[in-house]
Design a protein around this ligand. Structure first.
Ligand code: RAT
Ligand code: ZN
Length: 417
């Protein structure tokens, strides 16, 4: 390893390292090929991504219901025309589509959608998955798995084939958000639960969690919660967390992943695109980390206003690992700011990013954009050391970048890939 005694080499070395680090993407909505239609890919899925739907609807006069009553191909055409033909794709989500075209070697200036459709239709799925993972530089992605979802359950029971690049995570939103519905679903797959959370029901929920964590080989158990969610108010959701999820996570030595701050359905007409953001109460997280020191918490928060307190909270609790720039925070200006404050207050003890991809090819754009910004932040931080005469080595850069792009996740889990 050479010492980077010359500042000019620093930029090149950091870019080279960051752009070639194989990524562990710790939260996505992607699926491996055996899940069939649950894995979204291709141009029409890219264009109807809910981030783009809400942007396009600002320019379209058609009612929300009329938009959603069209078939997927027509919705895609409508968004293409609105955001890519009549407007310049400047927003982060629109620019992402251009980045994908670019990295797949397509002409980004063609306005005829069929040109892109022809390209995607000419691919065979498994070769396309290999290619996208390679272009994006992905080692593995973590899926979001819900055995209470009928279609997904059917695959796990019959037809699941392990693909080491796609890891599982048990998502428990359905269990926590609507208990009455969850009771029916749990009963439907063989768990003897009552709506009143009796001792027997608690045992059955724990059995459900344990069996599915084992069956899926789930790396963590996760949920997204509203800004005002409280873990200690004795409601059914809070009790399921304290009496079932946390004990099972401890037993299996896996983290409980909390994605905090989604304000659900502020505009229900927008359906999947209708969720928003609200500022959360960090003291809830402090109480959780303090009370359950034997549990590990992987946490991301949606509101920009919460980022500083989240970082400081992580300084106080080593059972807390901060991750990603989630959803409305996943844009260059915000990744830049958030990564800076994390480095300045936590060193490299955080997970810089996850993609949250819903459509396979988004792995390319989300990681190209994130790597670019995070690389610039690292160059800036190393330069500050360099200015004081400190010589950073390529080896150090490699280690730091590996940690924030995935190794910290595996160490937090006490696992190796
Ligand atoms: O980022 C998203 O696409 C959101 O719609 C959600 O999926 C969120 O990330 C979640 O996992 O709940
Ligand atoms: Zn998500």
């Amino acid at each position: 390893m050479i010492d980077l005694v010359d500042r000019r080499y620093l930029v090149d070395a950091v870019n080279k390292v960051v752009n070639s680090i194989p990524i562990t993407d710790i939260h996505t909505h992607l699926y491996s090929e055996c899940f069939g239609s649950l894995l979204l890919y291709g141009i029409d899925e890219l264009l109807t991504y809910h981030y783009l739907v809400s942007e396009a609807m600002r320019h379209i006069e058609m009612g929300y219901d009329s938009f959603y009553s069209m078939g997927k191909a027509q919705q895609a055409e409508c968004i293409w025309d609105t955001l890519f033909v009549r407007k310049t794709p400047l927003s982060e989500s629109a620019r992402s589509v251009i980045t994908i075209f670019n990295r797949l070697g397509l002409d980004v200036n063609i306005k005829n959608l069929n040109y892109y459709r022809d390209y995607f239709e000419s691919r065979t799925l498994s070769a396309h998955i290999d290619h996208v993972l390679e272009v994006a530089g992905i080692k593995c992605v973590v899926m979001t798995n819900d055995p209470l979802d009928k279609a997904e359950h059917a695959v796990w029971e019959n037809g699941y084939k392990k693909d080491n690049r796609f890891k599982a995570a048990l998502r428990v939103d359905r269990l926590l958000n609507n208990w009455e519905e969850a009771v029916l679903l749990l009963r439907g797959i063989g768990y003897k639960v009552d709506s009143d959370l009796s001792e027997g029901t608690i045992d059955e929920i724990k059995r459900f969690l344990l069996e599915w964590i084992e069956k899926m080989d789930a790396l963590y158990c996760g949920v997204s919660v509203t800004p005002n969610f409280t873990f200690f108010d004795g409601t059914i959701g809070a009790r399921i967390i304290e009496e079932c999820i946390l004990p099972v996570c401890r037993l299996k030595n896996i983290p409980f992943t909390l994605m905090i701050g989604v304000k659900r359905q502020v505009n229900p007409d927008l359906r999947l695109a209708g969720d928003s953001v609200g500022k959360a109460e960090i003291k809830e997280l402090e109480r959780l980390c303090l009370k359950y020191t034997k549990n590990k918490f992987l946490v991301t928060i949606l509101s920009l206003e919460n980022q500083h307190e989240l970082v400081i909270t992580a300084r106080k609790f080593r059972n807390l690992m901060v991750f990603g720039c989630w959803w409305f925070l996943n844009s260059p200006a915000l990744i830049d700011f958030i990564t800076r404050i994390r480095l300045e207050w936590l060193g490299t003890s955080f997970i810089a990013q996850h993609s949250d991809c819903r459509v396979l090819e988004q792995l390319i754009s989300k990681w190209v954009h994130s790597r670019t910004v995070i690389s610039e932040v690292l160059v800036n931080k190393y330069s500050e050391l360099y200015d004081m005469g400190y010589q950073v080595t390529e080896e150090q850069i490699q280690k730091d970048a590996s940690n924030i792009f995935g190794e910290n996740f595996w160490s937090f889990l006490n696992k190796t890939l």
